[in-house]
Design a protein around this ligand. Sequence first.
Ligand code: ADP
Length: 517
Amino acid sequence: MAPRPQPRLSAAAFDRAVKAFEGAVGKDWVLVSDADRDSYLDVYPLDQPRRHLPMGAVAPATAAEVQAVVRLANQHKIPLWPISRGKNYGYGGSAPMTTDAMVLDLSRMKRIIEVDPTLAYAALEPGVGFFDMFEHLQSNKIPLWISAPGNSWGSLIGNALEHGNAGTPYGDHATRLCGLEVVLPTGEMVRTGMGAMANSPSFHLARHGYGPTLDLMFTQSNYGVVTRAGMWLMPEPPSTLTMQIELPNQNDVIWLVDVLARLRLDGVIQQNPTIRNFLRVAAIQSQRSEWYQGDGPMPEEVGRAMREKLGLGWWNVALTLYGHEEANAVHAKVIEAAFRPHTDRSFTRSIWRKGDPLEKSGHQGIPSVRPLGAVNWRGGRGAHIGFSPVMPASGKHAYDWFLKAKALMEQHGFDYYGAFNVQERNITKVTLIYYDRDDEAMVARLKALFQAMMAEAAKLGYAEYRTHLDFMDGVMDTYDYNGHAFRKLSEKIKDALDPGGIIAPGKQGIWPKRYRA
Ligand code: ADP
């Protein structure tokens, strides 16, 4: 897809903008050397690495500085691409969509403003990382758990704003945001929910204030810069019970999705469980060349040997129950009874009790970057991209799409690697594709595969929930009801809030007026 034409500043106008930003945040925090600019590149690029090279970055330390920078950006007509920690790998990382933009780097804003152990929430600035928060809670012995995604080097706010998720009861992170402080594209500051009242003690406690609920409008959007957010945290439970099972057949996924979705809807399972294929587990522990040296997709017998050696099923599920030990035991029985008609395999169980050392598992909100090791699967300088369409939580939908995705991946020379994240009423089918970013032929196959999956999924009414910069327009195109009425509404809101077209042009396929043809 050709990049959009970008209104560019002259060198002299850019220098004036840089001087103005330096006046707002200090000379040290306007980063425009070549090395600085390169440090904000997309590290998993799908095209020329410099396709998303920013003009530089500006790193304010306070919300007031953010306001000043946004106002100056309007005056100097220079777009800003806000990031919290910029670890959105696979989706563009810290890189902006357009090369005329400055990255608005909020990683210096790292204050944990408050943590309330009784009402179980925190108020945070955007630069607070999952590791920072975990350490804060542990070292202060605050009995609250965070919900950290597989690769947890990002920030709580950045991840929640992008609709990130994890396998804990609080794992749908955007829904745990409550009460935002936002600098609008014109520089005014607003607070949402109860925060709209200057002295409300309930800023981060009530999902709805009065009038429209606007929190989620600032997620996956380019309508403002979030400078503070409330994040609900999970009270540490008295006990957890983790149950794992490995299932041998590809078509086990049909009943598995149906059974897990029912248990989730009934509240027996509190988290959104993930069904992982064996490769998803094996790629974290090993490299492809240890199993197979061929170029095309790995043959089935290699997969079988891998499953046997590593003790994996075709599909693998780990569930964790949270609460009182007696209640968990009852729920475990209900789960086993639901599985019994379909398989003679049994669950392994492990119990954790308050006071025990934590289990080093994402299910207990322990941050980790271990799963990122899977990028080494293909060798070379590894990278990954996900294709993750949303579909109903139904085994039939899951299996039919699995067969299609597997065939497409194999046709394009990739090993099938996938997972189903089962939510209450829908599933997100995560297809991860690992590649060597220096292998041009492989990257070309990857892009062809992505386009093919996007087109095939769209025929069935499935579209992605989140995507890489290079596919943001394409995915928005698939949301096509009534002549793309949703994009038109999004653009209308964009133009009203951001008349200068300053904040994150093109994010999620929403372009301000001055960039639209
Ligand atoms: P992480 O915290 O996981 O490193 P990023 O900082 O890479 O996440 O943010 C991911 C994306 O979310 C960014 O590219 C940007 O579009 C959006 N985003 C992140 N932080 C903010 C923020 N504070 N305000 C507005 N948008 C943000």
